[in-house]
Design a protein. Sequence first.
Length: 611
Amino acid sequence: MKKLHYATGLFLLLTAVTTRAQSVIKEADKAYDNYKYAEAIGLYEKAYNKKASLHAAERLADCHRLNNNYPQAEQWYAAATGMAGSKPENLYYYARALQNNSKYAEARSRYEQYAAADKSITPEMKQTWIASCDSAISWMKTPDLLRIDNFKAVNSVTSDWSAVPYMGGLVFTSDRFTSRAPQPKKKTFFLRFDTRVKPDPLTNAWTGNDYLHLFVKPSGGDSVQLFPLHTGTGYHTGSASFTKEGNEMFFTLTRIPGKRSRSKGKATTANVEIYSSRKDATGKWSAPVAFTHNNAVAYSVGDPFITGDGMALYFASNMPGGAGGTDIYVCYRTAIGEWGPPLNLKAVNTAGNERSPALTPENVLYFSSDGRIGMGGLDIYRVKMGRSGQTDGAIRNMRYPLNSPQDDFAFGLTEAGIAYLSSNREGGSGSDDIYSVAAFSSYDTPALVKETPPAPDTINRVPVKHNDIVVAPTPVQPPAVATSKPAEKPQVPTEETVLLDIYFDLNKAAIRPEAGKQLDNLVKILNDHPDKAIDISAHTDARGDDAYNLMLSQKRADAVANYLISKGIAKDRVHAKGYGETRLLNKCGNGVSCNEQQHRMNRRTEFKLRN
């Protein structure tokens, strides 16, 4: 009887705990569904501590991911992926969190697990993720010569981003708390940059901070103050862009649509829009004017960039017909001041998200994307633009340290040659911070520091150690099938010695007869030293798409490996890997003008013997 009473009491206790946990979960789900993540996190943690569940772990991981708290996101996705019934997409977000935390080897492994678990993942998608992890490791080992400084004069403990020059000063976006007067509460829901929250007069429930506003740091002044623009909304005012003379500006805004249909208690969507304003002779900014292509109930339009002459507006949108999440578009202003149709920059956009476009006077477009080979989150890219929205050259990742494992975006250049970017990288003052690029190595902006390639007559005389692999560059003018003449009596190489270089024709992976003769010498060395294994690394030049080059280099590495195996070398002694264009020997990267000999120098295959 006592045992029965004990069992009954234990059952009632467990039932009470489960009931309380379910009650908290219900409350947390309500906050989550209305995108009140700051509130939901505490509730889900309370529920999880009462009763560990997959649902609470997944939601905690999602909340931290959406608030860019990558360490906590990693922890909770690790917990979720280890629980029964976990969805394959948890592996994907786990990999993303690991990537954001610079754990690229672990991220690579999780991406492979996710691709194996979700049969809808294409080889191209998987290849992009794997290439991103491999490229990031390589870029961080050989960083570009940049000086990235936190612009502490404007940054706060909250989010500060999208710095643009204005009248000798700086205008930027921030969600720091202001002293503005409280406004009446709205009995509705609205969308903040594609997210729904229940309006509060002073606090954004997504982050727990204030809503976004424009701030200005005047020229020569130390104080930061609200930008004198009266938008007529108490909610978000986002990134701004000014014409060259500073008399017209474009910016993003969140308004509550006048008419909308919604079910009782259900959130409705009010997407972000672009507005413009003009400054009169007294310096006062006019009431906001809506952009022609706004459609707050259907899609978002944001991240505006107006060219200096005011005749072209670049922006990001998730309007129907795009390539993926948010795409970059451009509109041209007609002679009578009307905006033409939005033109999708198809050569730039991916199935991911493209954001924060900015065009230099030299027609170089900088933008951010999470759909290309990159370090993690949003990376900054550049491409030379031609006519009618067409690109004129390859798209180049700006690499490390301009990019980081976290989000990097809102890159722009001033006329003085100073560059700014926004990032939530480690070591910042708050969430997103503004950074200045004080010494920036560029190929397209004369005001910035440029690097000089080595003189042609020294290229083939000095071995270059690159990512712990010593490679001996070939002469500038190699024969039709560029090779290095092997010694008559090949010596056993160490890990610091290159046997020979095999070059391939452009966009080809076939072994040429002349190259086969050199590989026969390699076969002889391997037969003479059966205790040695060989690492084959294949590389391409920077022309063409990054992902394509990675696949092409792997085909070349495999072609060399297959040749050696066909000559009797055991398969387990041969290790082949393609690196694409991630290990260039010179500065002939994407968009850089180089001659054929310089490109050929990068189109190589290297060998290293090891025990």
